[in-house]
Design a protein around this ligand. Structure first.
Ligand code: ZN
Ligand code: ZN
Length: 249
C-alpha cells in the first residue's frame, strides 16, 4: 500500500512545503486538501475519490477549489467529501460562496458524526473521532490495512483524548507545528510540540511516527528538534512533499 505525502506543511506554503494533503491512491482515499491538492490529479488510480477533512481551516481546505476539474473534466466519476456537519457547511457557504470562488462545488457532501466508522469502496474500514483541543475542533482518522493500522492526526495538542484511538497503529502521521521551545504557543493555538508527540508515540506503542504540518516560518531545516524526539521515540521521520512511502506487511 502506497502513501503519497503531497503536502507536509502547515499554515502557508513555503519554498519547501505545500499545505496538508495525504493520499492513498490505491484506495482512492485522501485526507485534507491544502495547497498541495493540485498534486492529486497525477496520482488518481480509482474511478471515485473519498476525501476526508480533519477540519476547515484554510491550510486544509483551500485546495478543494483545485479539485473541481477532476469530476468536471471526467478524470474521476465522483468525489465524496466527508466531514462533520459544521465543516461541510463552512466549505459550502464560505469557501464556495460566489464571492470567493466562481464554480459551485461538484462534490457529493457526506456528513459524518463526531465518532464513527465506514467501509471504503475498496473494502477497508475507516474510523474517526472528533478532537476538541484545536479551535473549532478537528477529527482524527485511522484506516485498517493489511499492513496494519494507518492513523492521521492533525491539528491538535497532545491532550490524552485519542491515545487509545491510535494505540498500536503501525504508522502514525501526526502534526508537529512547534518545537519544545514554543510549547506555550502550541498550547495556546491548539497545536503539538515535539516531546509531547514523541512521548505519545512511545506510550501508544505505534510502529513509526511520521511528522507533517510543520511551521513554514522556520527556515532552519529542523523545525521541531528531531534528535530530541528520536531520543524518546527512535522511529521518527519528518515527511517531505512528494515523498512516496510503501507500507509493508
Ligand atoms: Zn493546519
Ligand atoms: Zn487548524
Amino acid at each position: 500500500m502506497r502513501v503519497e505525502f503531497l503536502g507536509t506543511g502547515g499554515f502557508h506554503p513555503s519554498e519547501q512545503r505545500h499545505t496538508a494533503c495525504l493520499m492513498l491512491p490505491e484506495l482512492g482515499l485522501i485526507f485534507d486538501a491544502g495547497t498541495s491538492a493540485f498534486r492529486v490529479e497525477k496520482h488518481v488510480e480509482t474511478a471515485s475519490l473519498d476525501l476526508f477533512l480533519s477540519h476547515a481551516h484554510l491550510d486544509h481546505i483551500c485546495g478543494l477549489t483545485y479539485l473541481i476539474t477532476l469530476p468536471l473534466l471526467g478524470k474521476v466519476e465522483q468525489i465524496r467529501l466527508h466531514a462533520r456537519t459544521e465543516i461541510l457547511n463552512a466549505v459550502k457557504t464560505q469557501l464556495f460562496s460566489e464571492q470567493v470562488f466562481p464554480v459551485p462545488p461538484p462534490f457529493e457532501f457526506c456528513e459524518i458524526q463526531d465518532k464513527g466508522e465506514l467501509q471504503l469502496p475498496s473494502g477497508q474500514q475507516l474510523e474517526w473521532m472528533k478532537l476538541n483541543s484545536h479551535p473549532g475542533g478537528s477529527t482524527a482518522f485511522k484506516v485498517h490495512l493489511e499492513e496494519g493500522v494507518f492513523a492521521y492526526v492533525t491539528d491538535t495538542t497532545v491532550d490524552g483524548s485519542y491515545t487509545e484511538f491510535i494505540r498500536g497503529a503501525e504508522t502514525l502521521v501526526h502534526e508537529c507545528y512547534f518545537p519544545d521551545s514554543k510549547s506555550d504557543w502550541a498550547n495556546q493555538t491548539g497545536h503539538t510540540h515535539s516531546t509531547a508527540l514523541a512521548t505519545l508515540a512511545k506510550d501508544a506503542q505505534v510502529g513509526r511516527l511520521i511528522i507533517v504540518h510543520t511551521d513554514p516560518q522556520d527556515k532552519s531545516g529542523d523545525p521541531i528538534g528531531i534528535d530530541e524526539m528520536r531520543a524518546i521515540f527512535p522511529n521518527t521521520i519528518i515527511a517531505e512533499d512528494k515523498t512516496s512511502l510503501e507500507l509493508n506487511k
